[in-house]
Design a binder for this molecule. Sequence first.
Ligand SMILES: [Fe+2]
Ligand SMILES: [Fe+2]
Length: 477
Amino acid sequence: MTSNIDYIDKIPNNVDLGRDRVLQRALEHWQPAYMGWWYDMGPNESHNYDVYLRTAISVDPEGWAVFDYVKMPQYRWGIFLAPPTGDRLVNFGVNKGQAAWQDVPGEYRSMLRRLIVTQGDTEPASVEQQRMLGMCAPSLYDLRNIYQVNVEEGRHLWAMVYLLHRYFGRDGREEAEALLDRRSGDVDNPRILGAFNEPTPDWLAFYMFTFFTDRDGKFQLSSLAESGFDPLARTCRFMLTEEAHHMFVGETGIGRIVQRTAEVMAEHKIEDPDKVRALGVIDLQTVQRYLNFHYSVTLDLFGGDVSSNAASFYTTGLKGRYEETKIDDDHELTDATYKVGGVRDGRVIDEEIPALNALNERLRDDYIGEVQAGVDRWNKAIERTGIQFQLRLPHKGFHRQIGNFAGHHISPDGEVLTEAQWNAHRDEWMPSAADYAFVQAMMTGRVVEPGKFANWIAPPRRGIHTQPIDFEYVRFN
Ligand SMILES: [Fe+2]
Ligand SMILES: [Fe+2]
């Protein structure tokens, strides 16, 4: 296998699809259904736009993509796996030391399918959540970025669907169809995970989502990239290349918002959030409340703090820890322990539990470390303007629906409160209907002049690829 991608096929790929007629026909059958989903649930009114997009042309880390104008329905979605590394092994769990599996081990089949379906379901979900946002984009640059994220989430769906079709036969095909049937937020047929059924109603929410929730994606993909099932590992490794841009969009998006707000505050020497709002920028308190919301719902995505499923995924060798092979231990965790949080006698406590059962919590902690670094960078941007305000991550137990903290009422400082006490502060800590109304009122139309930006966001430091900031990233035709 080469790292080059076959673009002659209807479905671009580097998996020799042309040699497997049955699989190729199955995927060509799924393709029109996918296109139907894209026309219905992809970015609103965008089908005829020419968008300056990157398209993967190779899985070589150097120069894997080209940039050019593309109409999104003609985007070359395809199947790309990172190249195999010859003698790869299962690197953890009870099967440690065996050759990595090139086929699904029979006894793990349903567990593996569940992992792939759960990951796959998040990809189209985020496109659905974001589909109206193009109508109120703050610039052509940002509009192009959301479309880039959307087409790549579409490709990530392809990546998971390939695995389902190639390795799971009939039930894989059925799962692939179901991935196009579920809808984010639908009462009867919702997406699998909670955060992917929450609306993404405005651009502040979008940047929060790409910063926090796409980063959950990164950590999930990273631990699946350690999988003993080699095709899954290689698929996820290539997806991670694309994912980096999504998190960049989120981090710089929030960074540009807080920078703009802080500059306006410094210039007018004001701190009162109402006065800040009156100047047409988003007050930092509202940014903090959005942060609290998106952080807490994303922490839930990692699953229960104590989880026997996570233990099984690890023990079998299907899903590793973040950067498993760089960790210096026995990679079996039979005697190891790990600290998880919880509530006892009205106080937040830590307790040591078997590390195997704490793998969700460990991945969540790895994630939190990276998120904190991003928040620190935002705070630097605020600090540079001379404004005294720091964003911060709320306590891990704040507003949790899953795990040891679910059912408790934890303040952002980690105090255990009664429900009534917590509710009395709700609108200080979480975005209120009025916050959403304010933010959305600011984003009623889109900015379409090249190089122009909405008042509430600073321009980026540079453009996309080698283009200037005032490049015409989207042509509406
Ligand atoms: Fe994705
Ligand atoms: Fe993503």
